[in-house]
Design a protein around this ligand. Structure first.
Ligand code: SF4
Ligand code: SF4
Length: 128
């Protein structure tokens, strides 16, 4: 797939970088990956679980929202659905919208250095 660009972002993203990446966007610092009701249903269906069991085993409730759980491994955090062996997402087909839209998050519009450091697919040269 070619370089991906989004209006309003001063960087481009090369999806081919994911092939040789260890999944830096799914590991490292602690953070929330929010999931809504529809996403919960989809992920539960994919894993052949009830929504209730998905919530119980894989989600954390923060105030009124749900986020995917994180595991702490050797001082780093990683998403509960990160496949450590294959270094990719074990629920890729039904991953939440927050993951699908990475790295084009509003936050990174003004934090380009941070995303460029985290994701090897970022190309700052590709200003729109
Ligand atoms: S950090 Fe960037 S290059 Fe690596 S897997 Fe995530 S999106 Fe792909
Ligand atoms: S759901 Fe998949 S893509 Fe999203 S953070 Fe977890 S492992 Fe990464």
């Amino acid at each position: 797939m070619d370089m991906v660009k989004e209006e309003g972002y001063n960087f481009g993203f090369d999806p081919r970088a994911c092939e040789n990446c260890s999944g830096y966007c799914c590991t490292g610092e602690s953070g929330n990956i929010w999931v809504n009701k529809e996403e919960i249903k989809k992920i539960a269906g994919f894993l052949d679980l009830s929504s209730e069991d998905l919530v119980k085993y894989y989600l954390t409730k923060i105030h009124y929202k749900y986020s995917l759980k994180e595991l702490k491994i050797s001082g780093d955090f990683q998403c509960v659905f990160f496949d450590d062996k294959n270094k990719n997402c074990s629920i890729y087909e039904v991953r939440p919208n927050q993951c699908r839209t990475f790295p084009f998050w509003d936050y990174f519009k003004n934090n380009i250095e941070k995303i460029a450091k985290e994701c090897p697919g970022i190309k700052i040269c590709c200003i729109l």
